[in-house]
Structure formats: C-alpha cells, structure tokens
Write a protein that binds this ligand. Structure first.
Ligand code: SAM
Length: 192
C-alpha cells in the first residue's frame, strides 16, 4: 500500500482528510523540529495524517483518537499495512472520554469543528513546555471569513463556533497563535 491509496480511498468514500498543502505544512514543521517525538491527534479518520506524521522520523510516536467505528477499523487496517502498529496507537473513543496520562510535543486538533475550544481546554494541560498545538479547518472552506449571512442554520452555527475559537486563540493570555492561510486554514499555538 502507498499513501496515494489512502488519498484515493478518502476521495471515493468522502472521508475528510487533510488537504495536500496542509499535510505538507504539518509534516515539514515536524521535520524541522527534531524535538517533536510524542504526538496526540484528535480526529484520526482512516489514519492518513497519523501515518504521514509517523513517516517523518522513526522516533515519532502518535496517539490518535477516533469515535467512528468504521473509520477506526479502516485506520487500524491502514496502520498495519504501513507496519506502523508500534508507533501509532489508535483509540476507539470519543475524545472527551479519553483519560490522558502522558505529555505531548504536538497536539493536532482535527475533529468536530464545533468543539475546538473544549478540545483545546481538555488537552493543552498535557502539552510539553515547548509543545505546539496545530488546529485545522479554521477557514472552513472560506466560511469563517464570509461576511454575508450563511443560509443553512447548522452550517451557520458551526461557523460561529469556529469563529469563537479563532477569537479565543487570539485573546488567550497563556498562549500565542499564528494563523496560516494554508490548506483549509491552520493555526499553530504555543505557550507564551
Ligand atoms: N486527521 C485526519 C486526516 O487528516 O487524515 C482527518 C480527521 S477528520 C477531519 C475528523 C474525524 O474526527 C472524523 O473521522 C470524526 O469521526 C472524528 N471525530 C469528531 N469528533 C470526535 C470526537 N469528539 N472524538 C473522537 N473523534 C472525533
């Protein structure tokens, strides 16, 4: 199996995986920061981004969380196909039910867009001193920057929550965030 097979599968079965330039940005960042070894990912889907991150260096370990059974099972299969079972731990759980007992160099938030503030608050206590948080989909296909009213109520509420998350990061006294116009909008957050 090659990584393109995962991209094809995601496209065919409408699995939302990271956009190409987004994942390149994330993996380049990991490559450039040698101290990053222990990664937590919230939102595994079929294991695409976890596998891409693990392939950066042999000393990287990833814990990734997925609550959808079908996607979890596919991720298990994919991780096996890449012989990465020793370095990628997949938890079949809702992220809010996960008990964390270690610290991470990088936390990647890529799950339910309406819950980003809650994910951030639950998991950042486990961020190492010089750790970083990556958050994906902050532009949400351009909707978070759209000035005109969004017709669909569900979409409008979701976009409002993402906008709240952006403000939350901008105004956070303990963390500093840089926003990047890459992929679907990525934020990198560090402790002040
Ligand atoms: N990071 C993946 C990649 O780029 O290959 C894509 C993840 S996809 C955008 C988001 C995934 O998060 C979905 O598969 C969804 O089922 C999962 N998810 C959403 N909310 C979750 C939660 N509270 N706990 C665990 N998984 C969650």
């Amino acid at each position: 199996m090659v990584i393109e097979d995962l991209e094809k599968y995601a496209k065919e079965f409408h699995i939302p995986i990271m956009e190409k330039d987004g994942i390149e940005f994330l993996t380049s960042y990991i490559k450039e920061h040698n101290h990053i070894q222990n990664i937590l990912e919230i939102g595994c889907a079929i294991g695409y981004s976890a596998i891409k991150m693990a392939l950066v260096r042999d000393n990287i370990h990833i814990t990734t969380i997925e609550r959808d059974q079908e996607r979890y099972l596919k991720a298990v299969e994919n991780v096996k196909a890449f012989h990465l079972e020793d370095r990628i731990t997949i938890l079949f759980k809702d992220a809010f039910d996960v008990i964390v007992n270690e610290n991470y160099d990088l936390i990647f938030i890529d799950a339910a867009k309406s819950q980003y503030i809650k994910f951030f608050e639950k998991f950042t206590p486990y961020l190492n001193k010089d750790g970083v948080v990556f958050s994906d989909n902050l532009y949400f296909h351009g909707y978070t920057k759209q000035k005109t009213r969004i017709e669909s109520k569900n979409l409008r509420q979701l976009v409002q929550k993402l906008r709240k998350y952006i403000v939350y990061l901008e105004e956070n006294k303990n963390y500093v965030t840089e926003f990047y116009n890459i992929g679907d909008g990525i934020a990198i957050t560090k402790r002040r």
